[in-house]
Design a protein around this ligand. Structure first.
Ligand code: FAD
Length: 482
């Protein structure tokens, strides 16, 4: 298994180019925003070598019997599903942000669907996908999910969009592979992942065959153009400051990825034109992915709550009843997010020819709950932190000898804590809540919008026997006998 340094070296060799800050960089890792995010991933590679946690991270490939990190494993039991939620919480607590290791959530759903398509259509997709997972495991490669299409007018199907490339599509089927054209948006980790897993972002219907495509490509495949997004406060990364970053070690980074006629060899194609199966794979992927939110957001929230608690101490308020009460509320929200993820995992089941996935109703509920709960967490954090969260002078002012003595006096809380510590904590809270590492955006939309989760929750719950039983019970209790 790779160390963090070996991971970074391997990405360095891939020389991802990126359009950023009005120009083009030939090695994306040279940019501080990309580097901060890649450093977060590198830390997760190092966790596999860290005595504190390695026994929980390292597992065995059910294909090869070789040791692999849990992040590359096809879940073989409910325990594996539970471990993924817990490890994600651990990682995000260490990083204070996203740990970028979610590709595993696609394995069981795609193994299941590809087996189904192969059985009905005589294709070789299951073999192809199995080989790709083995390839990731053998090389300890990081892959990122390339799912979100631009979508244009959301009410119009892909093939009726005025611009035919609003959903990524297959423009040519050749002897040696398929050619992809279009774009994927909001791509986390796109310029520091060895591979991209392309999946449809939504349901497709008859007429949308060209858009029904799942496949894998090297992260820097010929024809892919990466355009960096801007994040709130990203100018700070180029100012040579440290305190103002909030999280001085790690960051997140996303890209627009343009697919300008990208050739994908047939052996890396997992679905191509079979629209009938898209609904099911999108739904199962959501069910498999969304419990991770419970671990992901609770790990982040652990750090936010700790930072707020420290801030209360620095303000001399940690023993005050309403502050303790609000911190208890933050803990309760955090543990509820985590419990939702764990519950979905505990109620998981085996998909034939694939692996385990979480309970779809509880999984969508986990993500839906988190998409709202983070706003409550941030409200409580802002309340306890005080107005300084929005009105804190910059690091350069803190270090300007002309005015530093004033700031050292007037930005202090309790006398024994230096103003700089208080300001560092303010910046971390800013970072985690609505700054460079913000929790709220990824909780709202990452992994699908809250509304999308609610819809899936509603649809999947229709198939649950207790819903029908509850209707019978409601009628019986009200005295309706028909
Ligand atoms: C921080 C972050 C990281 C991300 N990382 C990744 C990544 O690594 N890979 C990836 O593929 N994606 C990623 N995403 C994208 C994420 O999955 C999408 O943002 C999410 O699925 C919502 O899609 P959208 O942004 O296009 O918004 P929209 O789909 O436009 O949603 C906006 C609103 O419109 C509603 N809506 C949309 N369509 C309809 C409709 N037809 N009818 C009624 N209502 C509708 C939605 O429910 C929502 O309320 C990331 C997003 C964020 C914020």
């Amino acid at each position: 298994m790779r160390t963090g340094k070996e991971y970074l070296d391997s990405i360095e060799k891939m020389k991802f180019s990126i359009y950023i800050d009005g120009g083009k960089l030939d090695n994306a890792l040279e940019h501080p925003a990309v580097r901060a995010a890649a450093n977060a991933v590198a830390a997760t590679f190092d966790f596999a070598h860290d005595p504190e946690i390695q026994d929980k991270i390292i597992t065995k490939s059910h294909f090869s019997g070789e040791p692999i990190p849990l992040f590359q494993h096809v879940p073989q039991s409910v325990d594996d599903l539970v471990a993924k939620v817990s490890i994600t919480r651990y990682c995000n607590r260490r990083l204070g942000m996203c740990s970028f290791r979610c590709i595993q959530n696609s394995f069981a759903p795609i193994l299941f669907i590809t087996h189904k398509i192969d059985s009905e259509k005589g294709t070789k997709y299951h073999h192809n996908f199995t080989e790709w997972i083995k390839y990731l495991q053998k090389n300890d490669f990081l892959a990122c999910p390339a799912i979100t299409d631009p979508k244009g007018n959301r009410r119009i199907p892909a093939h009726q969009q005025p611009d035919p490339d609003m959903y990524l599509r297959v423009v040519e089927k050749r002897k040696d592979g398929i050619v992809l054209r279009g774009a994927k948006l909001h791509q986390t980790g796109a310029v520091f992942s060895h591979e991209k897993l392309v999946l449809p972002s939504t349901t497709h219907r008859k007429g949308d065959e060209a858009y029904a495509v799942a496949c894998a490509v090297p992260g820097n495949a010929r024809g892919i153009i990466h355009i960096s997004v801007r994040q709130s406060q990203d100018d700070r990364r180029r100012e040579g400051v440290e305190i103002d970053l909030g999280n001085i070690k790690y960051g997140v980074h996303e890209c627009v990825a343009i697919f300008d006629d990208v050739l994908v060899p047939w052996e890396r194609v997992f679905l191509c034109g079979e629209v009938k199966y898209v609904d099911e794979v999108v739904g199962l992927f959501g069910a498999s992915h969304r419990p991770t939110t419970g671990g992901c957001k609770s790990g982040w929230a652990d750090v936010l709550t700790a930072a707020v608690q420290l801030m209360a101490e620095y303000n001399g308020l940690d023993k005050v009843a309403h502050v303790k009460d609000k911190i208890a509320d933050m803990i309760a929200i955090t543990e509820t997010m985590y419990s939702c993820g764990i519950a979905a995992a505990v109620r998981g089941f085996e998909l034939p020819h694939a692996g385990y996935i979480s309970d779809p109703v509880l999984a969508n509920n986990a993500k839906y709950y988190a998409s709202k709960a983070v706003f409550d967490l941030i409200r409580l954090a802002e309340d306890i932190t005080g107005g300084i969260l929005a009105c804190c002078p910059g690091e350069k002012e803190m270090k300007n000898p002309e005015i530093a003595p004033y700031l050292e006096r007037f930005l202090k809380g309790v006398d024994e804590v230096p103003a700089e510590h208080r300001v560092r904590m303010v910046r971390l809270i800013e970072n985690i809540s609505w700054g460079l590492g913000a929790i709220l955006h990824s909780a709202t939309h990452g992994g699908g919008s809250g509304q999308a989760c609610k819809m899936m929750l509603y649809e999947f719950s229709k198939t649950q026997p207790h819903r029908e039983a509850a209707i019978r019970a409601a009628k019986a209790l009200a005295g309706i006998t028909v």
